[in-house]
Design a protein around this ligand. Structure first.
Ligand code: G6Q
Length: 547
């Protein structure tokens, strides 16, 4: 990769944006809307079947032009092409970044190290479909001949958050005769609670781990194996009917005792947090069936193509990515809220936390020099309307600026009385209240006593995006996830960071490996940590001995 010599803060457009910001920061959305009665129609874009209204952002048309210019100057087009072409853009791990290949149609060609990877992707999908069909039809039986009714995905991070989110999001499409659970934490409570009401003879574990060496996953996998063998007394033979693996590490899978015929592979060019549409999505496919899974992939692909081909001014992920940069770096916004008004998307914010924060929580550029600007924001959120009765207070009247993404669907999967109109009315009302607020004059005109007026004023001018889709389907979920994947990519390109490594998770893992024997050893260990860590270890050792 060619070295980027010009630092972001030295770019002409960056400095133009900084100067421009001073003016925009003083403008109120009330005025911007009043000055341009068509703003709410103009600052919208429809792409890949999703509608984005970005008019309630603190921008002018000039801001938009400057941000788009910044994207050009930062080489966004070149970097998009490099990703789709299979260039090794994850430079610190020397890997291609090709989650887009996971949803490429069968005839496509994406070449990595001289090989078209698309046929291999489809071969794995076909094997996953075969397993899913056999489980869903009852043909695949447990060791004692009972039908498999429970599927437990054991994995963590990228091998867990996507599957959990997708299962919850697409529950309406799932086989309700089967139970799906997800175990991730090394805290034994996670495993114990997941299996406490299940019959081992009817349970299949999917051990999902790219490396097959992750401490949490392997600890849980071994506990699962003991739990199974305590009931199903078939020894190693029973493992084959109750365990399958999703991994890139064949040797470790075999060592665990899983038949490698029941191993589903993926590749080093699929990052953990970008893997829910690879074999890591096996639990999703078993739950919703292969056809639905393929339509989810279709949705991802439609958004991939939109991102790859749409002009930047009409490109949803590009616009959302640029707006995220605008708030992080010019308004100094520390966080961003994602607020899905769809109960099935309750795990979507948690999924996005990993996607965004593990990708762009970086402090050095691709050249290894320290950044002189803020990178990835803190993402958080809860499904509406619940959040309205808790943290929205701070978004409306607190001192911090929190850009919000509202996500809503025109049609509900559970039509019931007036619920859906009420739900959607709340999304629109929140975005409206945030943008326009309520002035002191308006509050006074309602007869509010003077002393109470300041408490009841809403400043407004709080920005938000509204994303509208038709209905939550496997396809629209794929589009939504891809929208955020590519928005994250756009931000990473502007910030010139490697959005695809995650070195920040390493140190704690290494230190834990050192501390485990110190907690377990019978003899008092010689401790060489700092005084706080030493003291905590001693205290824990003492109290675990007490009755
Ligand atoms: C994601 C990260 C990380 C990873 C987990 C699990 O991008 O790489 O969250 O997914 O650490 O790793 P394994 O799949 O190797 O167990």
């Amino acid at each position: 990769m060619a070295k980027q010599i010009i630092q972001l803060t030295e770019r002409r457009t960056w400095n133009a944006l900084a100067a421009h910001y001073d003016g925009v920061a003083r403008m109120h959305l009330r005025k911007l809307f009043a000055d341009d009665p068509k703003r709410g129609e103009r600052m919208t874009v429809e792409g890949a079947g999703l509608y984005l209204d970005y008019s309630k952002n603190r921008i002018t048309y000039e801001t938009l032009q400057l941000l788009l210019q910044l994207a050009d100057e930062s080489g966004l087009r070149r970097r998009i092409d490099a990703m789709f072409r299979g260039d090794k853009i994850n430079i610190t791990e020397n890997r291609a970044v090709l989650h887009v290949a996971l949803r490429a149609p069968i005839g496509a060609s994406i070449v990595v190290d001289g090989e078209n990877v698309v046929p291999a992707v489809h071969a794995v999908l076909d094997r996953m479909a075969d397993l899913s069909n056999r489980l869903r039809s009852g043909e695949w039986k447990g060791h004692t001949g009972k039908r498999i009714r429970n599927v437990i995905n054991v994995g963590i991070g990228g091998s867990d958050l996507g599957p959990v989110m997708a299962y919850e999001a697409l529950k309406r499409y799932s086989d309700r005769a089967m139970t799906f659970r997800f175990v991730s934490n090394v805290d034994a409570t996670d495993f114990a609670e997941a299996v406490q009401d299940l019959d081992p003879e009817e349970t299949l574990f999917i051990i999902s781990s790219k490396t097959f060496t992750t401490l949490e996953t392997m600890t849980n996998a071994h506990s699962a194996r003991e739990w199974l063998l305590a009931t199903v007394r078939g020894g190693e033979k029973s493992i084959a009917q109750h365990f399958v693996a999703v991994s890139t590490n064949r040797a470790e899978v075999a060592k665990f005792g899983i038949d490698t015929a029941n191993m589903f592979g993926f590749w080093d060019w699929v990052g953990g947090r970008y893997s829910m549409d690879s074999a890591i999505g096996l639990s999703t496919m078993i739950a919703i069936g292969p056809d639905n899974f393929r339509s989810m992939l279709g949705g991802f692909h439609v958004m991939d193509e939109h991102f790859r081909t749409a002009p930047f001014e009409r490109n949803l992920p590009v616009l959302m990515g640029l707006l995220a940069v605008w708030y992080s770096d010019f308004f100094g916004a520390q966080t961003a809220a994602v607020l899905p008004y769809e109960q099935y998307l309750k795990r979507f914010p948690a999924y996005l936390q990993q996607l965004t924060m593990e990708s762009n929580g970086k402090q050095v550029t691709l050249d290894g020099t320290g950044v002189k600007y803020d990178t990835g924001a803190i993402y958080w959120g809860e499904p509406g309307t619940n959040g309205q009765h808790s943290f929205y207070q701070l978004i409306h009247q607190g001192t911090r600026l929190i850009p919000c993404d509202f996500i809503a669907f025109s049609k509900t999967l559970n039509p019931l009385g007036r619920h859906h109109d009420m739900l959607v009315a709340n999304v629109f009302a929140q975005a409206e209240a945030l943008a326009f607020g309520k002035t002191a004059e308006e509050v006074k005109a309602e007869g509010t006593p003077d002393w109470l007026v300041p408490h009841r004023v809403f400043q407004g001018n709080r920005p938000s995006n509204t994303i509208l889709a038709d209905r939550l389907t496997p396809e629209s979920l794929g589009k939504l996830v891809a929208l955020y994947e590519h928005s994250v990519f756009t931000q990473g390109v502007i910030w010139n960071v490697d959005s695809f490594d995650q070195w920040g998770v390493e140190l704690g893992k290494i230190l834990a490996q050192r501390i485990i024997p110190e907690l377990e050893s019978k003899a008092e260990p010689a401790l060489n940590h700092d005084s706080s860590t030493n003291n905590l270890i001693r205290r824990y050792r003492r109290s675990k001995e007490e009755l």
